[in-house]
Design a binder for this molecule. Structure first.
Ligand code: ZN
Length: 88
């Protein structure tokens, strides 16, 4: 059972979908929850409580995950070019 979720989150369900996939993305959050199967793209609408019980865990949180990715790749790059040659 999960209690914390929002639109764009990905969840692992206890039961596999007919297509064999078990990961879903939440596309609507309210009294009813709509989830989309990430394997076959089908959408299913579930009662909120039914969904919470059927879900095993959140595998990706759209809210919390994106913050720390951007800074590192650029740091090393420009430095190395300057070490090599001074054009004077
Ligand atoms: Zn499916």
């Amino acid at each position: 059972m999960i209690t914390d979720f929002g639109i764009g989150d990905r969840v692992l369900m206890r039961k596999k979908h007919a297509c064999g996939g078990s990961e879903w993305e939440i596309t609507r959050n309210g009294a009813d929850i709509r989830i989309k199967c990430l394997s076959c793209g089908r959408s299913v609408m579930l009662d909120r409580l039914v969904f919470m019980r059927a879900a095993k865990k959140v595998t990706f949180s759209a809210n919390g995950a994106a913050a720390s990715i951007e800074e590192s790749p650029k740091a090393g790059e420009s430095d190395e070019e300057n070490h090599n040659g001074s054009p004077s």
